[in-house]
Design a protein. Structure first.
Ligand code: ADP
Length: 444
């Protein structure tokens, strides 16, 4: 600054000397004053030009291109440029952080909507768009109550008690495909709200399934238990003859057996659900499965009806299957037992193992039984679902057989295919992927 003032005076002095010399012999003193005045005016004009360039640069706002001005104005330009660059960098950083933050919220599996003090949408992520059928742009600044019109939500929002969430149907919910959403409001900032939504459809379905399952199991156990308790009471209160006693004990044993089968099947299911899927290190000969099934089927058939069934087994290729021996035996036996139990005496049952054209292996059981009406087929593998309840009970069914078969099939990457025509019979087939099949090591 001192140097600048010094230079100003130097400039004036030079102007004064120049004026003095130019007016020498006429009016040297006036010439010196005029020279100093001209020097001051030019100094100010020059300074103003530089200031003008600096202001133009500031107005244009392009900080990358500062004016090349010397002196104090140049220094001011440099300071301003540095300040602006620091501010710009901070702005970029906070913008990047904001974008990262928004990207993280976008990636959230939960729907998130930010509401202003008046309940209008300020921002929402893609999941919220899907949950509520919103349009992320068009619906901005729209009141949430106009877009989520469920009365339960309206009451929840108006109530102001946001300690818990509220479960409402999603806008895409239909009776055949229900969608349930859990919505939770959280207060933040000044009157703002964060609205979180979660798809709880599968959770609620699983919960309903669990409740149904417990109710079904209780019901299945209570029936034989009640019968058993009745017999015990009768035997305690009545003096029965030997023949009656034997008959009652036989019936009691039957009920106990029923409960035993139910518990066995339940344990099998829980083992299947709780253990890792079978690997590729154990190979089971299909021949052994076929032999075991034939023996089991024939002995059940003889037990059920004196004339039995015509049971045949055909193995087109001698193969081995990678998987759990006990699970594959159990699934195959379940299918054969069902065929025997539901096919009237004298009917045909055929077991077949073959390799399909695409290399998959198929184990199938075809019977000439009553068949299954198409409306039952989608639900037939559900636990405790029965088409013919009384036939199932009479023959000692638990209602869990096909659920076990389906589970075993899925654990082996296989599929359970059911093909049935009422009155003509059924074919139940387990189709095993080619990767789990190889030629049997033992000769055919
Ligand atoms: P269950 O122990 O009652 O046999 P499953 O799960 O094995 O239970 O079978 C479910 C229902 O599917 C049975 O109750 C029966 O109505 C029907 N079903 C199964 N296999 C056959 C079959 N081979 N022929 C006709 N109906 C069958």
């Amino acid at each position: 600054m001192i140097w600048r003032v010094f230079r100003f005076f130097l400039f004036q002095l030079a102007g004064g000397i120049l004026g003095y010399r130019m007016a020498l012999g006429v009016h040297p003193l006036e010439g010196a004053v005029a020279g100093m005045f001209v020097a001051s005016a030019s100094w100010v004009a020059w300074d103003l030009t530089r200031a003008q360039r600096l202001f133009r640069w500031l107005r244009e706002g392009d900080i990358t291109n500062p004016p090349a001005v010397a002196g104090l104005w140049g220094e001011a330009a440099d300071r301003v440029r540095r300040l602006l660059r620091t501010r710009d960098r901070a702005l970029h950083e906070s913008e990047a952080r904001l974008q990262e933050f928004l990207a993280a919220i976008q990636a959230s599996p939960n729907g998130i909507i930010l509401l202003d003090g008046g309940g209008r949408i300020e921002w929402c992520n893609q999941t919220a768009v899907e949950h509520f059928g919103l349009d992320a742009r068009r619906d901005l600044q729209q009141h949430i109550g106009n877009l989520v019109r469920d009365p339960q939500f309206a009451a929840y929002q108006a109530g102001g008690d946001y300690a818990h969430d509220v479960a409402i149907p999603g806008p895409a919910s239909t009776s055949s495909r229900p969608v349930r959403l859990s919505v939770h409001l959280h207060r933040y900032g000044e009157g703002r709200k964060l609205m979180m939504s979660r798809d709880i459809t599968t959770l609620e379905q699983a919960d309903a399934m669990r409740r149904d399952f417990v109710a079904n199991v209780s019901h299945e156990i209570r029936t034989p238990l009640t019968v058993l308790a009745g017999f015990v009471e009768t035997m305690q209160s009545l003096a029965l003859g030997d023949a009656d006693r034997q008959r009652y004990l036989g019936l009691m044993a039957q009920q106990a057996q029923r409960m035993q089968s139910l518990v066995d099947d339940l344990l099998t299911l829980s083992r299947l659900e709780g253990s890792p899927p079978p690997g590729m290190d154990e190979w089971v000969d299909v021949r052994q499965i076929m032999e075991h099934c034939t023996l089991e089927g024939r002995s059940l058939s003889e037990m059920m009806a004196p004339q039995g069934h015509v049971l045949t087994a055909l193995m087109a290729q001698d193969c081995a299957v990678a998987g759990s021996r006990s699970e594959l035996f159990s699934a195959a036996v379940n299918l054969v037992n069902n065929a025997v139990r539901y096919t009237p005496a004298g009917g045909n049952i055929q077991l077949l193992w073959r390799i399909l054209e695409d290399g998959q292996g198929e184990f199938s059981v075809t019977d000439s039984g009553p068949g299954i009406a198409p409306e039952h087929l989608p639900r037939i593998t559900e636990r405790f679902y029965r088409v013919d309840r009384s036939r199932s009970r009479e023959t000692g069914g638990t209602g869990l057989g096909l659920a076990i078969v389906k589970h075993v099939a899925h654990r082996h990457g296989a599929q359970l295919r059911i093909d049935s025509t009422p009155g003509r019979g059924s074919t139940f087939a387990i189709v095993i992927p080619a990767s789990r099949i190889r030629a049997a090591s033992a000769p055919a």
